[in-house]
Design a protein around this ligand. Structure first.
Ligand code: SF4
Length: 448
């Protein structure tokens, strides 16, 4: 730089972009874009478009704009000019470009699929009505909070066919955390809940959410929140994240571990790099933190029978004090027609399953393996009003493409609705559809 611009009039103005935006910034492989990453969100911006915009706004030559990285791995933009350049103005210009362009290139780092970022301003999409994202009320004090879709694992029994190997899901969604908290607050108020549980789950790995700590903090700020719990497969857990979540107000983590033996654990996660030892270490770290730990293995007959007993013993070892919630939530394997199933595996009846859990209670001197809603401080409440009847015809426009090939989203009566049978319809197109399902304020319609 110094050699090239040695005339006395020219000065070097530097913007440290890494200090301005809360993303990791790298060059793309061909060095034509910058790649911005925050958690599982990743997107690209063309370096040419940034250079052209700055060249035009500051009346400098395109060739006098340089993109480099320093020894701290910070991303720098150097502008060489005879005129004074206010770098704070240049920063604002770049931020505006990123805000405008990034949403169009977002991808999930887990699934490599298009990520649509849902904010309150995006077509006014309500966060009630979808099974993929938003808030779900099933008539209790527990509200399901779904901040994103997508998962890094490829479990061969996944009931919702998630993960990079999914054959049915073609897009992912991520929701703005303030908008999600506002919707949660609205539902808590509408249901007049005094002891709400915000439960972070989804057709996803909830801990992959890039704004997880902010979300937990936002949910905790509601004075009527009594419990905040989250499901996880453990992939993203770190001691730092667990500490931050504990400080933000997370009450319980439901951690799924399906085997204590590495090769079976890899097989059951669908990932050859599944970090079993790290996840067991994190389980122990949670058990010693302010957050309650519930281990939630799926019992797959003939596949992990001995692992279930090992997990009962492990749980007893690490959760050795009196706890607010049960510490084991063994799940019964069920066949899911729209998910992935393990070849040749049959599910047990709940009667047999519960008898076997009682047997374990006696054998290992543990309690609460057969779970009841009341053990989790859960109780029935009134439901949110359901504004759409089955059979009702809605006349609307395509708002977003859905996750399935023939699925789109539309909005009616302040609810988001999944519409199937709508392959190839463009956004904005008018159409009619019949509501075919409205249970728990989750709406499905078929195009007519
Ligand atoms: S962790 Fe859960 S969501 Fe992810 S693939 Fe496994 S079962 Fe599916």
């Amino acid at each position: 730089m110094a050699d090239k611009f040695s005339t006395s009039q020219k000065q070097d103005f530097t913007i440290n972009l890494s200090e301005v935006i809360p993303y990791t910034i790298e060059f793309s492989k061909d060095a034509k874009e910058i790649v911005l990453t925050k958690g599982v969100i990743t997107g690209e911006i063309s370096l040419d478009s940034i250079a052209l915009e700055l060249a035009q706004r500051f009346d400098i030559a395109y060739e006098e704009i340089f993109f480099t990285k320093n020894d701290n791995n910070d991303f720098l933009i150097n502008l060489v000019s005879e005129n004074f350049i206010d770098t704070s103005v240049a920063e604002s210009i770049i931020l505006e470009m990123i805000a405008n362009e990034l949403p169009y290139s977002l991808k999930s780092a887990d699934t490599h699929k298009v990520f649509t970022y849902i904010t309150e301003n995006l077509f006014g999409i309500p966060l009630i009505g979808s099974m993929y994202f938003g808030v779900i009320d099933r008539g209790t004090n527990l509200l399901q909070i779904r901040s994103l879709t997508g998962c890094p694992l490829n479990c061969p029994f996944c009931s919702v066919d998630e993960g990079p190997a999914t054959k049915t899901k073609h897009r992912d969604f991520i929701v703005d955390s303030d908008y999600l908290v506002d919707t949660y607050n609205h539902v808590v108020k509408e249901k007049e809940l005094k002891k709400a549980e915000a439960h972070l789950d989804g057709q996803a790995e909830p801990m992959a959410y890039s704004y997880l700590v902010d979300l937990v903090q936002g949910l905790a700020n509601n004075p009527n929140t009594a419990i905040i719990s989250a499901q996880t497969n453990g992939w993203y857990l770190t001691e730092k994240l667990i500490d931050e979540l504990a400080d933000a107000g997370l009450s319980r983590i439901n951690l799924s571990i399906n085997s204590m033996e590495l090769s079976n654990a890899k097989r059951l996660s669908g990932r050859g790099d599944y970090p079993l030892q790290k996840i067991l270490t994190m389980a122990e770290y949670i058990a010693n933190s302010k957050i309650s730990l519930l281990l939630a293995p799926l019992w797959i007959p003939g596949i992990n029978d001995s692992a279930i007993e090992e997990i009962v013993k492990f749980s007893k070892k690490i959760n050795n004090e009196e706890k607010r919630f049960p510490t084991l939530g063994i799940q019964n394997y069920l066949i899911h027609h729209q998910g992935r199933n393990m070849k040749g595996v049959k599910s047990k009846t709940f009667k047999t399953f519960n008898e076997q859990l009682r047997e374990f209670e006696r054998k290992y001197d543990v309690s609460n393996l057969v779970l009841k809603q009341s053990m989790f401080e859960s109780y029935k409440t009134k439901m949110l009003p359901n504004p759409l009847k089955v059979g009702e015809i809605i006349s609307s426009r395509v708002i977003l493409h859905g996750r399935l090939n023939d699925e789109i989203f539309t909005v009616a009566k302040n609810r988001i609705i999944h519409v199937t049978g709508a392959e190839g319809i463009s956004i904005g197109t008018k159409f009619k559809a019949r509501i075919i399902r409205n249970r728990h304020n989750i709406f499905f319609a078929k195009k007519v």
